[in-house]
Design a protein around this ligand. Structure first.
Ligand SMILES: Cc1cc2nc3c(=O)[nH]c(=O)nc-3n(C[C@H](O)[C@H](O)[C@H](O)COP(=O)(O)OP(=O)(O)OC[C@H]3O[C@@H](n4cnc5c(N)ncnc54)[C@H](O)[C@@H]3O)c2cc1C
Length: 486
C-alpha cells in the first residue's frame, strides 16, 4: 500500500465507495481508494462462475436505482463504456396454469393488461412515475431532512407506510395484481405484514415505469468499470488487494470514508470510538440473508407463460398469500419449502454473457441470517413449477450461501446483502438518528456504505451524501442535496 499522504482515503470500492471518491475528486481533492479484493466493484461485479465464456453477476444484476440515481445521472457513464439494455418486459410474474402478470414500461399498456385493476394500478403509481426525479432525490437521502417537495413526499409517505399486503388488498381486487405488487414489495426483505414494506413496492414499481429495470451490457462489472474510469480521469487512484483492519494502517489524509458495514467499522476503529457509539452500532440489526444460484444453460428457460421469455426479471412465488408466507417464515428464522425467488435472464438480451446460443440464469431466495442450508433443491422445484423441463437445460451451476458470499465480499456478513435490515426504525436510524448519519465520533472519519441512508442497492447515493458531509465539515465546501453535473 502506498504510504504517501493524500487529501482523502476511501476504504472499499463498492458503488458507494466509488461514488464518494468521485464526489471528492470532482471537488478538486486527491483521492485514493483502498480495496480488499483483487477486483473492484463490491456488490457490482461479474465473473465466469460456472463455465468458460459464461459471465455471471456475482451480486447485483438488475439496476432500476442505478439508472434512476440522481448522482449517477450527473456522470454520463456512457462516455466510460456503460450501456444500458432495457428488456421488452421489465418484470414478469408467472402464476400457475401458464398464466403470467407483467410490469410493463408504458403505464397505459399496463392499465389495459391488468383488466379490472388497471385503473387502480395507474392511480397508485402515476403520481410517483410522473415525479420520479423529485421522488428519487427525496427518498434517496437520510429520512430526517427538509423536503424540497413536501406535498409529493407526504403523498408518498401515506402510501408507503402501510404493510404491502394491506395496501395490495385495499387497492386491488384481482389476485394477479396483488401477486405482482407482493413480489415487488418482497425486495424489502421484510414480512409483507411489516410497516413500510409497501414503500419498496411503490418505489421499485414506479421505477419500472419511469426508468425501467435495465441491465448493463457485459454485466454489473461494467458499472464499476465505468465509475473507476471516471474517477481515474479525475486523477483518483485505486489500490486493490489492500485490506484495512485497523485505522493505524491508513496513510495520512484529512478525510477517510468507510464503504464497509457499520459492524466492520466498529471493529476497525474500535479503540478510537466512544462506548456509546459502539454499542449503538452493535444494536443495528441484520437483514435476512440470500442463497444465490447461477446457471449455465444449453437453451433459454422453457417458461410455460410466453411473456416470461421477454422479461429481464421474474418473480417466482405464486400468489400474494404464498409470497407472504415465505417471507414470514424467513423473518421467523425458518427456511421456506416454497421460497420466493428473484430471477434474472440477462443473456436473452445481452449476447456477451454466454457463448453460442447458450444462456445464463441468475436467481436467489431469502433465507434466515447466517443460514448454512443448501436451497438448490427448493429453488429448482420452484423454477420447474413455472418452467417444466428446466433441469434438462442445466449445463452447470454455482451456488453461494451466506459463507460463500461473505468470503467474496466481507460486507455481506451472514449473507445480509443490504448492510442491515431496512425496517421502519432502521430507515430512520441508519445507523444512528441524525440528519448526517455518515459522521462518526472521530473527526474526519465517515461511513459511506449501504449501512447508511438510503440503504441497499446500486445507486451510489450513500457515497454521495457521505462525501458531501465530509466536504462541508473538513473542506468548508457546500454541495446541494440533489447532485448536479459539473
Ligand atoms: C446476491 C446479491 C444480489 C443483489 N442484487 C442487486 C440488484 O439486482 N440490484 C441492486 O441495485 N442491488 C443489488 N444488490 C445489492 C447491492 O449489490 C449492494 O446494495 C451495493 O453493492 C452496496 O454498495 P456498497 O458500496 O455500500 O458496498 P459493497 O458493494 O458491498 O462494497 C464494499 C466494498 O468494500 C470492500 N471492503 C470491505 N471491507 C474492506 C476492508 N476492511 N478493507 C478494504 N476494502 C474492504 C469490499 O471488498 C467491497 O468491494 C445485490 C447484492 C447481492 C449480494
Amino acid at each position: 500500500m502506498s504510504t504517501i499522504a493524500t487529501d482523502a482515503i476511501v476504504v472499499g470500492s463498492g458503488p458507494n465507495g466509488l461514488a464518494a471518491a468521485i464526489t471528492l475528486a470532482r471537488a478538486g481533492y486527491a483521492v485514493r481508494v483502498l480495496e480488499a479484493n483483487a477486483t473492484i466493484g463490491g456488490g457490482a461485479r461479474s465473473a465466469e462462475l460456472t463455465l468458460p465464456g459464461f459471465v455471471h453477476d456475482i451480486c447485483s444484476a438488475i439496476h432500476p436505482l442505478a439508472l434512476g440515481s440522481p448522482f449517477f445521472q450527473t456522470l454520463s457513464l456512457e462516455r466510460y463504456g456503460l450501456e444500458w439494455i432495457q428488456p421488452p418486459i421489465p418484470l414478469a410474474h408467472p402464476l400457475d396454469h401458464g398464466d403470467a402478470v407483467c410490469l410493463r414500461r408504458d403505464l397505459q399498456e399496463k392499465n389495459e393488461s391488468l383488466g379490472n385493476d388497471g385503473e387502480a394500478w395507474c392511480g397508485l403509481m402515476q403520481p410517483f412515475v410522473r415525479n420520479w426525479e423529485k421522488l428519487a432525490a427525496e427518498f434517496l437521502q437520510p429520512m430526517l431532512h427538509l423536503p424540497h417537495h413536501p406535498m409529493m413526499l407526504a403523498r408518498f409517505g401515506l402510501a408507503a407506510l402501510p404493510p404491502a399486503a394491506a395496501l395490495a388488498k385495499f387497492c386491488f381486487r384481482d389476485e394477479r395484481t396483488r401477486a405482482l405488487f407482493a413480489g415487488i414489495a418482497a425486495h424489502s426483505f421484510l414480512p409483507l405484514e411489516a410497516p413500510v414494506s409497501a414503500g419498496f413496492g411503490l418505489v421499485l414499481g414506479a421505477a419500472g415505469h419511469a426508468v425501467g429495470w435495465p441491465l448493463p451490457r457485459g454485466g454489473a462489472q461494467s458499472i464499476s468499470a465505468a465509475l473507476a474510469a471516471y474517477l481515474r480521469a479525475l486523477g483518483g487512484e485505486i489500490e486493490i488487494n489492500c485490506r484495512i483492519e485497523n485505522l493505524a494502517q491508513l496513510p495520512p489524509s484529512r478525510v477517510v470514508l468507510f464503504d464497509t458495514t457499520c459492524w466492520q467499522f466498529a471493529v476497525i476503529a474500535a479503540d478510537k470510538l466512544p462506548d456509546r457509539y459502539r454499542q449503538r452500532l452493535a444494536r443495528f440489526r441484520h437483514a435476512p440473508a440470500v442463497f444465490k444460484i447461477d446457471y449455465a444453460l444449453s437453451e433459454p428457460v422453457p417458461w410455460r407463460a410466453t411473456e416470461c421469455r421477454s422479461a429481464g426479471t421474474l418473480h417466482l412465488g405464486g400468489t400474494l398469500e404464498e409470497i407472504a408466507a415465505s417471507e414470514r417464515q424467513v423473518a421467523r428464522g425458518r427456511h421456506p419449502e416454497q421460497p420466493f425467488l428473484l430471477v434474472a435472464q440477462q443473456s436473452l438480451f445481452d449476447q456477451t454473457r454466454a457463448p453460442g446460443n447458450q444462456h445464463t440464469l441468475w436467481a436467489y431466495c431469502h433465507v434466515p441470517h447466517g443460514s448454512v442450508r443448501d436451497m438448490t433443491e427448493a429453488i429448482e422445484r420452484q423454477i420447474e413449477r413455472f418452467a417444466p423441463g428446466f433441469r434438462d437445460c442445466v449445463l452447470a451451476h454455482h451456488t453461494a450461501g451466506a459463507s460463500v458470499l461473505e468470503r467474496s465480499n466481507s460486507n455481506l456478513i451472514g449473507g445480509d446483502i443490504n448492510g442491515g435490515a431496512a425496517d421502519l426504525w432502521q430507515l430512520i436510524a441508519r445507523p444512528i438518528v441524525s440528519p448526517a448519519p455518515y459522521r462518526t465520533p472521530i473527526r474526519g472519519v465517515y461511513l459511506c456504505s449501504s449501512s447508511t441512508p438510503p440503504g441497499g442497492g446500486v445507486h451510489g447515493m450513500c457515497g454521495y451524501h457521505a462525501a458531501r458531509t465530509a466536504l462541508r465539515d473538513i473542506f468548508g465546501q457546500r454541495l446541494p442535496a440533489a447532485p448536479v453535473a459539473t
